[in-house]
Design a protein. Structure first.
Lengths: 276, 319
């Protein structure tokens, strides 16, 4: 028997929610569940999976499962922090730009067009070159680069809301800026922004893992999934599955979030489509 | 139409100039002293001052930017900090390697993806369409290194069909080159096909909802003919945009793929330069990447304008 709420969910969304919930649990409790420490050397490098080490040992003889569990917090945490910060910067500025207009809006939009005309990876590499890779720099860089995309979306969404009758009524009523942002724009902009949050998280998660894979993201001794793929990559040449565990974990989380976002977006668009 | 194209070209040049300002500001004005980075922790104040003088770091930022930008316009990309060689000599061979790999992938990916996209739009809701959508969703989510490692494991290690490292050298034969680069090409194709296919499908479907398509159906035309004769020509301009947009993605994706297969391209060149914190190399590589990006977008814009039937045969001027 399933709960009535779950009865209406398509299979893909259910699968997505399951993966997202599991990821959240790993993020919160992963390091506590790990049977061994992330730095503990327990045996020969690339030892095969056994009863004591379900996923075997990594290139330095550390327990793969434990490092995956520790890495979950790092990989998910860094991306989550970056996305939350980028929304805290991008959304208020985007709303303000849409509400106030004028030259700050124009200059901001143009500047962001230019920043977006460089691939994000290249911009991130330029900044990491200048500052070196540390956790605060990594999170800050990604958050700032991402906030340009968030700004653009929230500006467009808010522009659509500002011209609606109810927003005009509120303005004529003499409501102040704070009321307009809080009571008129935010509630109506929330659904597209939530979907964007999911998509941004997916993108950032892959991006952080990619940077770590290149050796420019999360630095040792911390375990993180992208870095683990890089460290264990040699194993693949001997036909070992070691690097596939962290790479698969990255893929699984991305697919899960994507499925949930897809379901959330599909629900909205069919309703709009039917009203046409 | 001509005027529109000239406008776009001008916009592209302005964007590139602004991008150069950003790249320069990003590398030079951020805290972090280049001279200190080169000399490391053992630097004495005297040696730091001498190196700053030698690198011209004592001039104002505007003067340094102008000097750097003037060099780039004349084709001088500066001198590497690590080994004192001209950056251009190191960079251009790598650039052409990257372009060759990206081109190889694009030649396979674009026709395949556009064809699949049009087909799944034509047979909307069929089993083929649904399977294609699910497969596309899955491959979009898979990171390049996951696909790359899977391919290495099965194709190279277990069956020994293709080499696991994309070793290339100048003067190697075409057949050998193709053999070495087929696996990286496959990864790039897998990550781009899905995206282009989905967006092509959406674009064609948007056209299929137009009244003139309904008219064509009501005339009694068959499905395939409606799609190819009526829908496809009008969807061409947006599809070109979609393809160009995703080719720019290919340019960024190439950075990861080159690292997986140890391919000697511009992406790995830039990653190496970043980890060595070799400023002129990073600046030059970033400018080249950005230029490719801007040029691709420009080509897409111009092609979209040229392919748009409404702009090609302008009616009386509308205001």
């Amino acid at each position: 028997m399933t709960l009535p709420v779950f009865g209406r969910l398509p299979l893909s969304a259910l699968l997505g929610l399951l993966i997202v919930t599991a990821t959240a649990a790993l993020f919160l409790f992963g390091p506590m569940l790990a049977p061994f420490g992330q730095e503990e050397v327990l045996g020969t490098p690339f030892a095969d999976p056994s009863a004591g080490h379900l996923l075997g040992l990594d290139q330095n003889g550390r327990d793969m499962l434990s490092r995956l569990l520790y890495g979950a917090r790092m990989s998910v945490g860094v991306s989550l922090a970056a996305v939350v910060i980028s929304f805290c910067i991008g959304v208020p500025l985007g709303f303000l730009a849409a509400l106030n207009g004028g030259w700050p809006d124009l200059i901001g939009a143009r500047l962001i067009d230019v920043i977006m005309s460089i691939p994000v990876l290249i911009s991130a590499l330029v900044v990491l070159q200048a500052l070196g890779s540390s956790l605060p720099v990594l999170i800050g860089t990604i958050a700032l680069l991402d906030s340009t995309r968030v700004f653009r979306l929230s500006r467009v969404v808010a522009q659509g809301i500002v011209v609606m009758e109810y927003a005009e009524v509120a303005r004529l009523r003499g409501e102040g800026l704070w009321w307009m942002l809080r009571r008129e724009i935010l509630p109506n902009a929330l659904p597209p922004l939530m979907a964007e949050f999911g998509m941004r998280f997916c993108f950032t998660f892959l991006f952080v893992a990619g940077l770590s894979y290149l050796g420019l993201g999360v630095q040792p001794p911390f375990a993180d999934w992208g870095g683990m793929v890089r460290d264990n990559q040699q194993g693949i040449l001997y036909g070992l599955y070691a690097p596939l565990f962290p790479a698969g974990a990255i893929a699984l989380v991305t697919i899960g979030v994507n499925l949930v976002v897809d379901w959330a977006l599909a629900g909205r668009t069919t309703v709009q489509g039917e009203n046409r | 139409m001509g005027k529109l194209i000239v406008q776009r070209l001008g916009l592209g040049v302005v964007t590139l100039a602004l991008v150069s300002v950003l790249v320069f500001a990003g590398t030079e004005l951020l805290p972090g002293d280049v001279a200190a980075a080169i000399l490391g922790q053992n630097a004495t104040p005297e040696s730091l001052a001498a190196l700053r003088e030698q690198l011209g770091l004592n001039a104002g930022p505007v003067a340094r930017y102008l000097g750097w930008a003037a060099g780039i316009v004349q084709g001088d990309l500066g001198v590497s900090l690590a080994n004192r060689q001209p950056v251009g000599e190191l960079l251009w061979p790598r650039f052409w390697n990257t372009m060759a790999l990206a081109g190889y992938a694009a030649v396979i990916a674009v026709p395949l993806a556009v064809g699949l996209g049009i087909a799944s739009a034509a047979f909307r809701g069929s089993l083929f369409d649904r399977v294609a959508t699910v497969v596309a969703l899955a491959t979009v989510s898979l990171p390049e290194y996951f696909l790359g490692l899977l391919l290495i494991l099965f194709v190279s290690v277990q069956y020994g069909l293709l080499p696991s490292l994309a070793d290339t050298w100048s003067g190697m034969g075409l057949a050998a080159w193709l053999e070495a680069t087929t696996l990286p090409m496959l990864v790039l194709v897998l990550v781009t096909v899905a995206q282009i296919m989905r967006m092509t499908r959406t674009t064609v479907l948007a056209v299929m909802d137009q009244p003139y398509i309904e008219t064509a159906y009501l005339k009694g035309m068959r499905n395939g003919r409606v799609v190819l004769r009526h829908a496809a020509p009008n969807a061409l301009a947006p599809i070109v945009n979609v393809v160009a947009f995703n080719l720019t993605y290919l340019i960024a994706g190439v950075v990861l793929v080159e690292s997986i297969f140890n391919y000697n391209g511009l992406g790995r060149f830039m990653v190496d330069a970043v980890s060595k914190r070799d400023l002129p190399m990073v600046q030059a590589a970033a400018m080249v990447f950005a230029a490719v990006y801007v040029v691709l977008n420009l080509v897409a814009d111009v092609a979209a304008i040229a392919l748009n039937p409404r702009l090609r045969h302008p009616r009386a001027k509308e205001v």
